[in-house]
Design a binder for this molecule. Structure first.
Ligand SMILES: O=C(O)CCC(=O)C(=O)O
Ligand SMILES: [Fe+2]
Length: 485
């Protein structure tokens, strides 16, 4: 059995019972409450209160509470043309990273303005277009709703209303808005605790490091599928003769860099041999200009929402887990690191997790990213915004979005700058962003979801441009509770 320092059954002390009432009587919910910042420090805290970060960006969610298609635009500060972001279907939502003072517009197809939205500070994350609401007059509102909406539409309207009402009470209890939809399940996957800066966890993996480059002819594509890929404990790992001799287990250490959001550093996650193999594979690939919104609804929306934008100026490409036994080993090691069954990070056979609604991998292919000096990725969230739950679907598996990101740094020599930053990290000492230096072989794990199922606005992060040299990195994204349909 693989060992680790996490004590299962302890629960997560950040989850607190909250009582709320959104019109159906009193109910309880285990809500994530960010602990007092003083507890983030093992010694004397530098101050007794949280610093207000210099960076004021936040996740903004736009909800169309009408039965008409509504177009969302961004109004540039210079007062130029409205920039189209997205068309919102009736009762759907979208979102993007934004800043206080930004102006968005709900309009019809002819750009006739229905409502102008002024973005405020965190925690004002939710912005709804509701043409039916009559101020201070619930009866008149109800009359309008009865007149304008059919039964199914009315139900959807109420679902959004419940979400907004819940968010208000959640905000009062936790200090954050609820930016999932009422009521999203807690993540199915393990979330490592982050109690204080510098806290260390450890976890074992059988996927020890490759130490020698295997000859090209054995680095072939993995053809096995489903349960053929299950590896028994006693079975040697793939190509073990090229790995650290005499070692059957590798002990990985996760060190807490940030408590909220939860960010962990794992140095030497990849060996130099593995990094070489990745970069060699990369050399054979043509990278394309990074687009935003590669993978279905709600991903990485930028304000411009053009698929190619100034938000992300790097180049990227995708590499599947099956590319070679080394890539497979990286996924298996990552699964152990996150304490997720490796079977969930690949397509599964009919006998694996057969009660799950999809048999597809919960992980995306590895996204290989290359930055030249000056190229960057401005602050964004990796999660996306989901549509309303389908009442006919198992609630455990709705509101799928990215759950965790594992960043794999592939080079550092000759690189200056290019840090990954978390500009909204909670701390008591610096209003500046948390900077993570790229270091060859290092991994950074962070969560886009909170232990209570809400999305973590503070998971916002950016890639600073290299000042000198190039930067190579890979993203491994794991979804919860499933990937796509
Ligand atoms: O390059 C980095 O450091 C971060 C990249 C990132 O956040 C992304 O690709 O989503
Ligand atoms: Fe990202």
């Amino acid at each position: 059995e693989l060992q680790c320092s996490a004590l299962d059954g302890d629960g997560d002390p950040t989850l607190k019972e909250m009582t709320y009432d959104i019109g159906y009587g009193e109910q309880t919910f285990l809500a994530y409450v960010e602990p007092d910042v003083k507890t983030f420090y093992t010694g004397d805290p530098p101050a007794s209160t949280k610093v207000i970060p210099k960076f004021d960006g936040l996740a903004t969610k736009f909800i169309n509470m009408s039965n008409k298609q509504v177009h969302l635009y961004w109004e540039p500060y210079e007062g130029g043309e409205l920039a189209a972001i997205e068309m919102l279907e009736p009762f759907s939502a979208t979102g993007t990273a934004s800043h206080p003072g930004h102006i968005f517009v709900f309009a019809d197809a002819d750009k006739n303005i229905l409502e102008r939205v002024y973005i405020e500070e965190h925690p004002n994350n939710n912005y709804a277009y509701d043409p039916y609401f009559v101020e201070d007059d619930p009866e008149a509102t109800d009359d309008v709703l009865q007149k304008e909406l059919n039964e199914e539409e009315y139900d959807k309207y109420i679902q959004w209303l419940d979400t907004l009402n819940f968010s208000d009470q959640y905000l009062e209890f936790t200090g954050r808005a609820y930016i999932a939809n009422y009521l999203r399940n807690r993540p199915l996957h393990h979330i490592w605790r982050a109690d204080y800066f510098g806290q260390e966890h450890w976890v074992e993996t059988r996927e020890t490091h490759f130490e020698q480059v295997p000859p090209q002819e054995v680095l072939t594509r993995i053809e096995d599928v489903g349960s053929e890929r299950i590896m028994e404990e006693s079975q040697p790992r793939l190509l073990s003769e090229y790995r650290t001799p005499g070692q059957t287990k590798l002990n990985m250490t996760l060190k807490v860099l940030s408590v909220a959001p939860r960010v962990f550093e794992i140095s030497n996650f990849l060996s130099p041999t593995e990094v070489d193999h990745i970069l060699q594979t990369a050399g054979a690939i043509t990278l394309g200009r990074s687009s935003i919104g590669d993978i279905g609804k709600g991903q990485d929306k930028s304000i411009e929402d053009s698929s190619i934008s100034d938000t992300r100026t790097s180049l990227n490409s995708w590499i599947s887990r099956e590319t070679s036994p080394i890539f497979d080993a990286i996924y298996r090691r990552a699964a152990d690191l996150m304490r997720i069954d490796e079977a969930l990070l690949r397509d599964r056979g009919p006998d694996e997790y057969s009660d799950w609604p999809t048999s597809g991998s919960l992980a995306e292919s590895l996204q290989l990213v290359h930055y030249d000096p000056g190229q960057k990725y401005t602050a964004h969230h990796d999660f996306g915004f989901s549509d309303l739950d389908d009442p006919n679907k198992d609630k455990r598996f709705t509101q799928a979005t990215r759950f965790a990101t594992l960043l794999l740094y592939l080079n550092s020599e000759g690189l200056e700058g290019g840090e990954t930053t978390f500009p909204r990290w909670s701390n008591a000492e610096s209003f500046d962003q948390l900077r993570v230096n790229p270091q060859e072989g290092k991994a950074v794990l962070f969560y886009s979801q909170l232990p209570d199922g809400n999305l973590d606005d503070f998971s916002q992060h950016a890639a600073l441009p290299p000042r000198e040299g190039e930067k190579w990195l890979m993203n491994l994204w794991v979804w919860d509770p499933k990937y796509a349909d």
